[in-house]
Design a protein around this ligand. Structure first.
Ligand SMILES: C[S@@+](CC[C@H](N)C(=O)[O-])C[C@H]1O[C@@H](n2cnc3c(N)ncnc32)[C@H](O)[C@@H]1O
Length: 371
């Protein structure tokens, strides 16, 4: 016999009042399919699944009518809802992180007697994460020639290349006809003079007809997309070849691969729970994955870049150009930096990471997907 949850139990589990659950029933949004012997509403597994979707969309701020349209759509199954919800929640988290960063910045400015302009105060509400943190980006983010060579090699003989999530264009090949796509106005504004033309758009909905380019590339951006799989499929649609630099968070033991996440910032792993597996990402473009080793003196200051130069993470400029630090929030950041500083001073970091000194390049889970 299928288990049913009585309405009181559902209310207790969800924190939603019985009255609200009755209302959802009356308007046909979530109709419990059974009654208890005493005549109370009782929810079967499928009712609970639908209620879970309704409550998640509600928490995201959707109105009941919009939610009814979403959950009644026969083309969207439970997995598609979970993927969509996940993307929307990530976007909300990034916006909250951007707002916290902007507020911290304004508090800092006020403490020094500087008042932000009315425009600056309002700008943040329309901003993407990179509209807030993007101005710190060029300080340490630049082309790493050895990794660029691997990317450009994977582009093969492509003459026209679309660079999705292009940022300031660090990995755009100089010898091909490049078109860039970048949703953040701050990042677009920082593209160097003479850089490839840049279109304001997002990966999930590329404004180009099918097969418009010989190749599409994406470097260190897919983890920011609301819906990575949809974005990768879009790349596949508009280009005959696809090259993506991304991260493998599905291999066993990936949480322990990099000492910074393992010993100081366990919150990093939480940013990637539910991140599609490497197999799913690769499948979305119909390709294969190859490892990308990070040289010990990597010129591009991304999260893993300083694996053999731990002091770099104590530098505020280095951290501000790495979105992970903003996404985990100021408390986790301060705790991690303090612990790392202490371990560098005491020699504990060196004791724990002796084997790294002999390495010129490290395998830290970065991957090039090629299709
Ligand atoms: C870490 S930066 C990488 C920029 C550039 N590819 C590079 O390697 O220097 C990530 C970029 O992804 C962009 N981005 C965020 N969401 C996006 C989306 N849905 N579609 C395309 N790009 C996105 C951000 O605005 C940001 O410029």
């Amino acid at each position: 016999m299928e288990e049913h949850l009585p309405v009181g139990r559902v209310a207790a589990l969800t924190g939603v009042t019985v009255r609200t659950l009755h209302h959802y029933d009356e308007i046909g949004l979530v109709r419990p399919s059974a009654r208890t012997a005493a005549g109370y509403r009782a929810y079967a597994a499928a009712d609970v699944e639908r209620l879970r979707e309704v409550l998640a969309y509600r928490r995201l701020g959707f109105g009941l009518r919009e939610i009814a349209d979403l959950v009644d759509d026969p083309a969207t199954d439970a997995v598609a809802h979970l993927r969509r919800l996940r993307g929307l929640l990530l976007e909300q988290r990034d916006r909250a992180a951007a707002l916290v960063t902007a507020i911290d910045r304004e508090l800092g400015a006020r403490a020094m007697g500087i008042r932000t302009t009315p425009q600056e105060q309002l700008q943040v509400f329309g901003a993407q994460l990179y509209d807030v943190i993007g101005s710190a980006y060029p300080a340490t983010r630049r082309t790493e020639p050895r990794i660029a060579a691997q990317v450009w090699d994977a582009l093969g003989d492509a003459r026209t290349v679309l660079n999705v999530g292009a940022g300031t264009g660090s990995y755009e090949p100089p010898d091909r006809e490049v078109t860039a796509v970048e949703p953040s106005a701050v990042m677009r504004a920082q593209r160097p003079a003479g850089a490839a033309p840049c279109v304001a758009a997002a990966a999930e909905s590329l404004p180009f007809p099918d097969d418009s380019f010989d190749a599409a590339m994406a470097f260190s951006t897919v983890h920011h997309w609301r819906d990575p799989i949809a974005g990768l499929r879009e790349m596949r649609r508009v280009a005959r070849r696809v090259v993506v630099f991304t991260y493998d968070a599905s291999e066993a033991g990936w949480r322990d691969r990099f000492w910074l996440a393992r010993d100081y910032l366990p919150e990093f792993a939480a940013l990637l729970t539910d991140w599609p597996s490497l197999a799913d990402l690769t499948r979305a473009i119909g390709g294969r994955a190859e490892p990308v080793l990070i040289p010990w003196d990597c010129a591009d200051g991304f999260f893993e870049a300083y694996w053999r130069r731990p002091e770099a993470y104590l530098d505020e400029h280095v951290r501000r150009a790495i979105s992970v630090w903003t996404r985990v929030g100021p408390q986790a950041e301060q705790r991690a930096v303090t612990a790392l500083r202490d371990d560098l001073t005491s020699g504990r970091w060196s004791d724990r990471n002796r084997d790294l000194v002999a390495l010129d390049a490290a395998e830290l889970g970065l991957r090039l997907l090629v299709a």
